[in-house]
Design a protein around this ligand. Sequence first.
Ligand code: S3P
Length: 178
Amino acid sequence: MNRARQIQNLALIGFMGTGKSSVGQMVAASLHFTFLDTDHDIEVRAKKSIPDIFAQDGELAFREWERRIVQELTQRKKTVISTGGGLPADETNLASLKAHAFVVCLWASPEKILERVRYQTHRPLLYDPNPLAKIRRLLAAREPFYRQADVLLNTEMRSVREVAQQVIHQFKLAQGGG
Ligand code: S3P
């Protein structure tokens, strides 16, 4: 399977607040891979923050940035890619990631996600009078995509370090190592 897919990279997908960036940085350091965060990449290229992109250009413009970045990722090697929560909720983006990366989905319940993102202000999709309902709705819509990951990891009872260790373990297993 891996040979057909040409696994060169490791991609972390999953909802906002599941720890993709923190886990990804730790995994990259441990594997001596480059770390790339799609949200950060978009902010650098667009020269504005994600809330500003959503407010000034709209969500569709943001999704267009994501599609562009995903296409460029096919050239990467030895990179841990942390993706925005909505990026894999698009068949083309997901298929593209899976062609070159081992894909791990970090999971948490809506309640846990709310607990983690509650006091953060950089996620425009959660500027909502009822953020828990919004999280539930988005998570339900995205679940079929998240479930297509090679591995689904529950992050709820685990520290960032423990999740990172699990990700590395699964990645090595998939490559035929131990
Ligand atoms: C989004 C998640 C965010 C960011 C943007 C949209 C989403 O990334 O890409 O605010 O659609 O779930 P994180 O998952 O890193 O918070």
